[in-house]
Design a protein around this ligand. Sequence first.
Ligand code: BV8
Length: 238
Amino acid sequence: MSLFSARQHLADATSVLVITGAGISAESGIPTFRGEGGLWKGFQAQDLATPQAFARDPKLVWEWYSWRRQICNEATPNAGHEALVHLEGRIERFLLTTQNVDGLHPRAGSRKLIEIHGCIDDARCTETGRVFPVEDGIWQDGVLLHPDGTQARPHILWFGENYWDGTLDVAHGFARKVDVCLVVGTSGMVYPPAALAVFAQRSGATLIEVNPRAGQVTPHADIWLQGPSGEVLPEIVG
Ligand code: BV8
């Protein structure tokens, strides 16, 4: 019943907001943050994904991101990523807001996309704020420098950092008027993005969640499709 109902809502929708988290990339072999074998296992978020951690030990933080970047670059988009590209192609007003930094959505072909936490393939000059591809940087003693020799950091939004202009505010504005908000593969632990789905629902959207396990969004979902996104999304996108 839920699959049919979700498929019908998406078939009738003229505006859809999709919010994804690490779970959509699990079937591509990229560990999630908080699941078994997750990225945080053995590490603590506050030890690595914060400005304080980078100031304390930039080499360790670069090492962690280099290890993750290799995993991401070796992974390929799965049927869930591809289903969202198909959905984008047939919905008049569409926006995909991802918390993921793995680059799999753009590689799958998603274009109406905001990577609110940045992308693991990008770095940012700490002096000028210029964003550039990590591959164009210069590695020196385990830390990356901008081609002009100035220090750089991963272009990733860390805990305790405010969202950049044009990311969460754009997603929030879009969420004010959507027929469907589709939440895929997120525990809903991270704020403010976690509040986006409920905001969309309160503004009139039908809230559909795709996740094999219940999380913070599930109690609010109008429809909870309990399964892996690589299997469920192709079923409901039609
Ligand atoms: C901010 C980049 C204003 C880094 C990330 C106390 C209480 C509440 C909130 C706070 C608090 N203290 C501080 C805060 C705010 C804080 C926050 O939310 N902390 C939480 C964790 C307690 N947020 C911030 O700091 C944000 N900024 O608030 O600005 C401000 C300014 C100054 C001071 C204060 C506030 C910035 C947060 C951004 C952090 N950066 N990513 C990196 O990637 O290295 S967040 C990080 O978590 C990832 O981006 C990740 O995507 C995100 C969310 O995690 P999920 O994607 O949901 O991943 P997770 O493993 O948790 O879940 C995976 C899900 O997939 C599970 O549900 C699982 O069941 C499911 N799944 C598994 N397999 C599948 C599947 N689903 C479908 N199919 C499958 N096959």
